[in-house]
Design a protein around this ligand. Sequence first.
Ligand code: C2E
Ligand code: CA
Ligand code: CA
Length: 554
Amino acid sequence: MGMIIPEERIKLLDSLFEAFSIVAEGTYVYLCDMKYDYSRWSKTAVDSFGLPAEYMNGAGDIWEEHIHPEDRAAYRGSIEAIFSGEDDGHDMQYRARRRSGEYDVCTCRGIVIRDAEGNPDYFGGAIRNHGIHGNVDMLTGLRNQYGFFEDLHNHILKNTEVNICMLGINSFTEVNEMYGYNFGNLVLQKFGRYLLDYVGNRGNVYRMDGTKYAVISSTQTAEEIRQRYNEMREYYHKGLMVDDKLLLLDLSAGLLHLDNFEVDDQTAYSCLNFAYGESKIRRKGDLVEFYNHLTDENRDRLEKMQVIRNSIVQSYQGFFLLYQPVVSAGEEKVIGAEALIRWQSEKYGMVPPDHFIPILERDPIFISLGRWILKTALLDAAKFLTSNPDFVINVNLSYAQLEKPDFVDMVLAVLEETGFPAQNLCLEITERCRLLDMALLKNIFVNLQARGVKFALDDFGTGFSSVGIVKALTFDTIKIDRSFVQHIETDEKERELVRLFTGVADTFGAKVCVEGIETSGMKTILQQYPVTSFQGYYYSRPIPVQQFLTMLQG
Ligand code: C2E
Ligand code: CA
Ligand code: CA
């Protein structure tokens, strides 16, 4: 002992270690070259327990310090028996201290491998951590979401500056569908291992849900991460051999920089997830940094998000709805309204929905806000109905709401609670919903339409497959986005587009609503087309419920 380990023994150690790792399944692996007392331990163990490094001299003694004082004697006795050649391995339980200071119960199994002369050569095995069992992903052996949140929480408590990257494999369902579930698992395992190796000691790797992974790094700059991500992306794009099949994998990634922020782990996660989603949906996999502006602005947005998030928990404090009238195209009478959400606080003033809806939509907390919006809108609109029984209230939906298996039940429950007539409700969805399972969407439509609920397609023409979705689902109304009519008074092409859009709507039996009417000139031109209704500042901006009532009565 104390001798310097030769290079070839390190290579041997590594290849044996890899062999152990293959069968490790969610455990920590260790392997000790007993002749030199030189060991390699799983990176996950190094991270969880705060060990000095993956490669260690005298790992037995180092590990002993992490073992609960009451269990140390038993551990020491066993290790001595192993190193003296008396025992051929051990299978014991002890409590080991995590980086955080807490103890976890671990089962440690190891065996001694002897050389040709029968002398102890290697001691290797696996440690199963029962305590953080819930924190380890069984498939990849990486720390899971719980582990991620635990570590994130600690970083926030300690105010460490960190970069958090979320990355994932796109269209993984195709891999599963083509080659089967087991193969899919193999790919996820491989990817996890690759990531672990690639990141090395520059950060900690986690497997999040599904095909998403995360890396928390306190040593790499955003620029370094971007560069490494691009390298990795290129590598995977060229193809990866798994079970002699060549797979071309596309990645997406989001990045969040935290530096001494007043932010909780859930908000941070939400913002990270938003950046990831943007990368996947809008940026074809380019790394998207959450508000990659000046740090101060970033900080401000994060803190604001946190306050807004907390308002949801605190009985929706600061949230309210405004109503913008929808008028008939011919007589220009109010026939309905669209409910539009706002959030307001003393510190931040009035915050428009674009600042928080796109981020919160991917947050589980949004589900309760969505229900609140619907219920509030129906309770308010019930008052509008008294003077106008045909009045239709439009409520915006996010695709995350539609994704919930109990969405239909939720809408029916709110209709019941409020006693609002279903046929006076119109739910607006955007073309982004095409990302959802079509069968699921159809099912929602059929169920709610059977009760009388209407659907509108919002922002028509801004997405990729506007016509596709109109063909697949039955819409009562198609809303033409204001970007198509902004210059209608001077632009011949815009008029041509409106003609085209109304034609599409007509083919599928839908009415047309044009948004963003700002001048009488605009509406005069649009009245020449088969348009059913208008919405825009020309008629009214979105206004508070009381003002809307007064307007209806006046
Ligand atoms: P949207 O559904 O397309 O709503 C129309 C937006 O256009 C509203 O902005 C409205 O104030 C604005 N607008 C109306 N008329 C005019 C006009 O003549 N000129 C101009 N320049 N703008 C006009 P707002 O209220 O800021 O809402 C923005 C987006 O936020 C909405 O777009 C919708 O996607 C989302 N949103 C608003 N409320 C909710 C909600 O309750 N739930 C969900 N999921 N999303 C919402
Ligand atoms: Ca809308
Ligand atoms: Ca719209």
